[in-house]
Design a protein around this ligand. Structure first.
Ligand code: SF4
Length: 289
């Protein structure tokens, strides 16, 4: 986020998904920069950002490539097909199985099973999730996102627990194939290498991010603009997002929940989007009591 803000300050057109606008960076957010007049534009996908670059050949355009295995193939296929010279990306994709692996190494978490993300498995297939049942005896169900999918996935996990039979099952069979999406996996392999990556508040996690391969590094905004952000604040004082997302605390256990940090004025990243744990808890938490 700090890099995107730095580029917006330098006059680059910064393109982002809408839910990134309010994410707090060290001093401000992209929304804050936009209110000060910077050219920050919301896009619905990487192709929109490429089109902006094509229509503005005299300007530099950067796309904040943030997301998981699900969003990365879209940007990979744009780069593979060819983009204008004035286009580049900040590659901040993160990978899910290495983060789950990290959780397995955190001793005092009370995890009884994984409801694994069906959209990620749609791309990478079932295999990367098998390890949790095979190596750790952790019940694992790849799940869709409809309420009935989640309910069925929980029922499948409970049955595994009752039978003491941990395995990796696929509830989302209408979309997730054993091998995933071969075309998407191929273009990811063509464009990205897997490398260790930083997770906010957690630190570096091995093999958990995508970096552009050498052949594509001219589109790497970090290199193109020689970005070196100094004194970047990882987690703002008092924010416990890193503990929330690994399941160590519930959002209300953060002292700032609902007071300093609210959906209309998020202090930490988990309160920003409708998919953020603190934001969800703020909306529905009363039902959990
Ligand atoms: S309530 Fe806000 S500050 Fe606290 S952990 Fe959640 S996002 Fe961070």
């Amino acid at each position: 986020m700090d890099e995107a803000i730095e580029l917006a300050r330098r006059g680059v057109i910064v393109t982002v998904f809408g839910d990134l606008m309010m994410v707090p960076a060290t001093e401000s957010s992209l929304y804050g920069l936009k209110t000060e007049g910077a050219d920050v534009r919301i896009v619905y996908g990487p192709h929109d950002a490429v089109e902006i670059a094509e229509k503005n050949p005299d300007k530099d355009v950067v796309f904040c490539a943030v997301g998981f295995e699900t969003t990365a193939p879209g940007i990979a296929s744009e780069l593979f097909r060819g983009v204008p010279e004035n286009f580049s990306i900040i590659s901040a994709h993160r990978l899910i199985p290495p983060a789950m692996e990290l959780l397995m190494g955190v001793g005092d978490l009370q995890i009884d099973g994984f409801i694994s993300p069906g959209h990620v498995a749609t791309i990478i297939g079932v295999n990367p999730f098998r390890r949790f049942a095979d190596a750790y005896r952790m019940p694992t169900v790849i799940s869709g996102f409809e309420p009935n999918d989640v309910l069925l996935s929980i029922a499948m996990l409970l049955k595994q627990l009752k039978d003491n039979d941990p395995k990796c099952e696929n509830e989302y069979i209408r979309l997730v194939k054993e091998e995933g999406n071969l075309k998407a996996r191929k273009v990811l392999d063509e464009v990205f290498d897997v490398a260790s990556a930083h997770w906010r508040g957690i630190g570096r996690v091995p093999e958990s991010g995508y970096v552009l391969k050498k052949e594509f590094e001219e589109y790497d905004a970090e290199k193109k603009y020689e970005l070196t952000i100094k004194n970047s604040v990882d987690i703002h004082p008092g924010c416990n997002c890193h503990l929330v997302i690994i399941g160590k605390i519930y959002p209300p256990e953060c002292k700032l929940f609902g007071t300093v940090c609210r959906p209309e004025k998020p202090y930490g990243p988990c309160m920003v989007s409708s998919e953020g744990t603190c934001r969800i808890y703020h909306k529905y938490g009363a039902h959990f009591k």
